[in-house]
Design a protein around this ligand. Structure first.
Ligand code: 26Q
Length: 757
């Protein structure tokens, strides 16, 4: 049966209507059913070894468009609908976004599943079915407020498997029901699965706000995704979530192993487990528990798990490394405590260095330490990040196990982040180099043959211009803000964190504001666009959002400045906004304090869509800079070795923000936070708190780099005026983006770690 007949049958069955009589909503539901069914019918890829990618987050974003593309029916459906006078985009707007992740780590997991399936490798995701994803952000009185984000509708992507597992918590058992989301592979006829576990009786929706009874574990275990800055009261529930996920996941692995005809003693030959940061680390003791219960000796169980498991580190911020009090684990999963103690005892036999122990003197279990001792691989997510892990953060472990350490520079799926979100650019690339770059993204370098082709350069500029216009229409419709699509779009989109230094970008805005007020106009009107959520309990991050929103307001109401400089913060920035904004960006802001951003992945998405990076030598920016060369990127700021030196007490040289504050260029910018203009708009307490912090603490050294940042950004704005030369920069960035395809990353994981046969 072809697509048209299928769709007609579905709309008839469900609504008693022909497709052309259906509302967008009805068409969405019918297409969801159709694609869900087609994907679910596909077989899993075969292989001697199967991967289980364990992650507390899978930020999958909307799935309809993505799945139509992977199933190879996107163009067909689009034409079918347009033949009926309907628009696929309008239908796709009906889909709620599943925001089952905080940011980079969760989105990376989603890109990886897409690539694993596209490469035809056997690999499933294992995670939790949160009923509310990351909170919905609203701005009220120039401040962020949070409301719950329900995404699960009656019609959704979850496939009921009928499978369930009993998870033994201290004092009670809980049934984990397994739901699957099908992950169809592009270019083949296979599909993998994203396994999402849920409680049997999820709680009713909360009455208001995002607070709930965190002690009612039975009903609330899967209610909410935790924000990446865990507040204390939720910490215990987070451990419950983690154990629920890994226990049910480990039981699923053993069940599938048995179904494939293998015994528990053959686990490592047939199973690879990737631990996405430390959130799933309890899978190690849990699997040991299950294996010994099935008759393996402790030695054999440890040997199996150690060959099967691999760990990815995503952060070098010490405060983000998970350490759970042993009494938490005693309460949540007491059966794991003797196993963890045994693992600690054995680790102490390998090394007497107390800094590599699993259990420390304060009764904390260091989850990463367990992963490193009892996994076969430890990887960082960009070259610089892995080097810093080896030389600094995890040096003691690197000395112990040099062969376990390896780098896997992140990547993004170009199917979602070019093909799906930027069809005009995709068409232009196809016309230049043909369609094969999809399966072989390195072929994008073929675009360099057009570096002097005026026609191609002009079309590239036109593609960018129309993406900007499209974005402006969307923003006007949704948020009521009108922007100038002829201005330069300077884009910083990522979680709000002090180390990412949105505050430094705000200081640039202040610098420009003051110059324009003084009569010095920029070469080109600039629109500074932010998208960022702050963890609800992260006070300083909220002060920074407040500052940005106050600047937005100030400039909106200033007719002298407004034609030259605008600031806008997108409300509720999420994957769906990213898909619209990334094609429209001219400058990609990647300005973290060097050494702090493990990789970044937005930098890759923006580059692939022709934005030019303005960044520090941090994370994957370093690799971007190497690939595109100095003419096609703007870099600035202190390098990571200097930053690391400024942090350690040994050198005697410490960073003191006041030394940088008391300079003629910087002081007026910082002091503007307390200007009558801003105090007239904002909350004096919040602005003063931020002012005090910048001057007196500035832990992430914004003042160290701000002068150079402003100078380099001004240079970029000037050079943007030379349209032809800018188009060449754009083209070079796109041409070199092939390296950042997650297909490349996954091939490397497979070759070096998973060996999926
Ligand atoms: C921890 C404890 C309690 C509650 C929440 C958390 C938590 C949750 C999520 C801590 C961290 C995260 C997410 C981290 C993250 O997204 N890291 C990013 O990973 C990307 C993919 O590798 C990198 O590109 C980014 O550089 C890195 O910041």
């Amino acid at each position: 049966m072809d697509i048209k007949e299928n769709l007609t049958q579905l709309t008839n069955e469900q609504f008693g209507l022909a497709p052309d009589q259906c509302s967008d909503r009805q068409l969405y539901e019918a297409l969801l059913k159709l694609t869900c069914r087609m994907a679910a019918e596909r077989p899993a890829p075969a292989g001697e070894r199967k991967l289980y990618y364990f992650s507390a987050e899978f930020l999958i974003g909307k799935l309809l468009d993505n799945n139509l593309l992977a199933l190879g029916i996107r163009d067909q459906v689009r034409e079918l609908l347009s033949g009926m006078g309907r628009d696929l985009n309008a239908v796709e707007e009906q889909e709620p976004e599943p925001s089952l992740g905080n940011g980079g780590l969760g989105r990376l997991a989603a890109c990886f599943l897409d690539s694993i399936a596209a490469l035809g490798l056997p690999g499933d995701g294992v995670g939790l079915n949160y009923h509310y994803g990351l909170f919905h952000q609203k701005f009220v009185g120039n401040k962020q407020t949070e409301t719950p984000d329900p995404w699960l509708e009656q019609e959704n992507w979850l496939i009921s498997t009928g499978k369930s597992f009993t998870v033994p918590f201290g004092g009670f058992d809980l049934t984990a029901k397994l739901w699957d989301v099908a992950v169809p592979g592009a270019y083949n006829n296979y599909a993998n699965r994203l396994h999402l576990f849920d409680v049997e009786e999820p709680a009713a929706p909360p009455e208001s706000g995002i607070n709930f009874d965190k002690t009612d574990v039975v009903h609330h275990l899967t209610s909410f995704l935790y924000p990446d800055d865990g507040d204390d009261q939720g910490r215990l529930l987070r451990v419950y979530q983690q154990y629920f996920m890994v226990s049910a996941g480990a039981q699923l692995i053993l069940q599938e192993l048995e179904e494939r005809g293998y015994g528990p003693g053959e686990l490592a030959d047939h199973v690879a487990i990737q631990i996405n940061d430390t959130h799933p680390s309890m899978v190690i003791p849990e699997m040991i528990r299950l294996l010994t219960a099935r008759g393996l000796s402790m030695d054999d169980a440890i040997s199996q798990i150690s060959r099967a498991c691999a760990y990815t580190n995503h952060t070098i911020l010490a405060e983000a490394l998970e350490k759970w009090p042993v009494y938490f684990i005693e309460r949540v999963a007491p059966q794991l405590v003797p196993i963890i103690r045994e693992l600690d005892r054995r680790a102490r036999e390998v090394s007497s260095d107390p800094t590599v122990a699993i259990l420390d003197n304060n009764g904390l279990v260091h989850m990463a330490h367990m992963d490193i001792h009892y996994g076969c691989s430890v990887n960082g997510v960009a070259a610089l990040h892995t080097e810093i892990l080896k030389k600094a953060e995890l040096k003691a472990f690197y000395d112990l196990y040099p062969d376990k350490f390896n780098n896997k520079t992140n990547g993004v799926t170009l199917r979602r982040w070019m093909e799906a979100c930027n069809p005009d650019l995709t068409a232009l690339i196809d016309q230049c180099i043909g369609p094969d770059w999809r399966q072989n993204p390195d072929q994008l370098v073929g675009l360099l043959a057009f570096i002097d082709d005026e026609h191609v350069l002009n079309r590239l500029l036109a593609v960018k211009q129309s993406a900007k216009e499209r974005f402006c229409r969307e923003l006007r419709d949704v948020q009521g803000v009108e922007l100038d699509p002829n201005s330069l779009f300077d884009v910083q989109i990522k979680r709000l964190h002090e180390y990412k230094r949105q505050q430094m970008n705000a200081l640039y805005v202040i610098a420009k504001y003051l110059e324009i007020r003084a009569g010095r106009l920029p070469e080109k009107p600039i629109t500074v666009i932010f998208g960022a959520k702050a963890a609800p309990a992260y006070v300083m991050a909220k002060h920074i959002i407040h500052l940005i929103l106050c600047l937005q307001k100030l400039i909106e109401n200033d007719p002298a400045v407004r034609p030259w400089l605008r600031v806008v913060m997108i409300e509720n920035y999420n994957v769906t906004w990213a898909e619209q904004l990334i094609p429209a960006a001219d400058i990609s802001e990647q300005i973290s304090l060097a050494s702090k951003e493990a990789s970044g992945t937005g930098n890759m998405k923006l580059m692939a869509n022709g934005a030019v990076t303005l960044g520090t030598m941090d994370g994957a920016n370093v690799e971007i800079a190497e690939l595109v060369g100095p003419d096609n990127i703007y870099t600035f700021g202190a390098h990571s070795d200097r930053v690391i030196h400024l942090y350690d007490d040994k050198g005697g040289e410490r960073y003191r923000p006041v030394d940088y504050y008391h300079t003629p260029k910087v002081e007026p910018l910082v002091d503007f936070l307390l200007s009558p203009e801003l105090l007239g708009i904002g909350d004096p307490y919040s602005l003063a708190a931020l002012w005090r912090d910048m001057k007196g603490k500035d832990w992430f050294m914004a003042l160290l780099d701000v002068e150079e940042y402003i100078a380099v950004k001004d240079l970029a704005v000037r050079q943007y005026g030379d349209r032809k030369s800018w188009a060449r920069k754009m083209l070079t960035n796109i041409a070199k983006a092939g390296y950042f395809s997650s297909d490349r990353t996954i091939k490397q994981y497979n070759e070096d770690i998973w060996h999926l046969g």
